[in-house]
Design a protein around this ligand. Structure first.
Ligand code: ADP
Length: 272
């Protein structure tokens, strides 16, 4: 690899028509990867050609969520073929670049940068309509690299309603803006739990497990800071079938498209 001329990243070339969205969060566990894969599938259902780059070095859970945990990309000449999934989305993961699956990624800045560039430029993506990137949580090396290589990427910030999550999400959004990327909106995940007992009686009662206001707060703060409107793109309820869908590799937008969480994810995809 050393000394080889680097291929250009197609998505940063003038005239490239692929829309690139980076999905960011302040901390882990807020549902960033779940949102990424479900948005990807919702967009594929609209008839778009969608690719997903799993750049979450800590999690890299995207392949499992898309049902291709054990797949390895094939290589044609010196190009890596992204892994196709049953939902029509192609994926490449930082986990697939490791020699062994159980190996821990202990890469520092330059190696992470190379891995990110490799996933963008050495992978044969074809003519994508949309590329979604699942970023690691926080404001680390990968976010900086992405900002340098793809300043045109638009950033979606995922948070929960919780104060502590919102505060760090604001930092992730601010980081994107410092890298000259536009924050297109905020997704509030795990917004509330519809009380199952009340629903059974035809009543609606929302349990605010993680409090309330996080999404609004992040959107308002970032909008004020940047001087443009940062909307809340949607609020996704807590839904057991969303978690199950991720666990079994069949995301809820595919497995149970009329569930409220799936409908909200589809609506968010429409707004992007
Ligand atoms: P992150 O990428 O931010 O670390 P994940 O997408 O991996 O978060 O989600 C963390 C866990 O929470 C996963 O097990 C996922 O299935 C679950 N989860 C995420 N969003 C929801 C939701 N709205 N309802 C129920 N479970 C969820």
């Amino acid at each position: 690899q050393g000394g080889q001329a680097q291929r250009e990243i197609p998505f940063s070339q003038p005239g490239n028509l692929t829309k690139v969205f980076a999905v960011a969060s302040g901390k882990g566990g807020v549902g960033k990867s779940s949102v990424t894969v479900n948005l990807a599938i919702a967009m594929a259902k609209q008839g778009l050609k969608v690719g997903v780059v799993d750049a979450d070095i800590y999690g890299h859970s995207v392949p499992a969520m898309l049902g291709v945990a054990d797949s390895r990309p094939t290589q044609v000449d010196d190009l890596i073929m992204p892994v196709p999934t049953s939902s029509g989305v192609s994926v490449i993961s930082i986990g697939m670049l490791k020699p062994r699956r159980d190996q821990v990624v202990a890469w520092r800045g330059p190696m992470l940068d190379r891995a990110l560039v490799q996933m963008l430029s050495d992978v044969y993506w074809g003519d994508l309509d949309v590329l979604l990137l699942d970023l690691p949580p926080g404001t680390g090396d990968v976010a900086i690299s992405l900002g340098q290589h793809l300043p045109g990427a638009e950033v979606v910030v995922v948070t929960t309603p919780q104060e502590a999550a919102a505060e760090v999400a604001e930092r992730a959004g601010t980081m994107a803006s410092m890298m000259h990327q536009r924050v297109v909106g905020v997704v509030e995940n795990m917004s509330h739990l519809p009380c199952p007992h009340c629903s059974a009686e035809g009543k609606e009662h929302r349990l605010e497990i993680f409090g309330s206001g996080g999404g609004d707060r992040v959107a308002a703060t970032l909008g004020q800071r940047f001087g443009y409107d940062v909307p809340v793109l949607g609020r996704i309820p807590i839904d057991v079938s969303l978690r199950e869908g991720g666990d079994v590799g069949k995301p809820i937008v595919d497995a149970d498209p009329t569930a409220p969480a799936a409908l909200e994810l589809t609506a968010i995809a429409d707004r992007l």
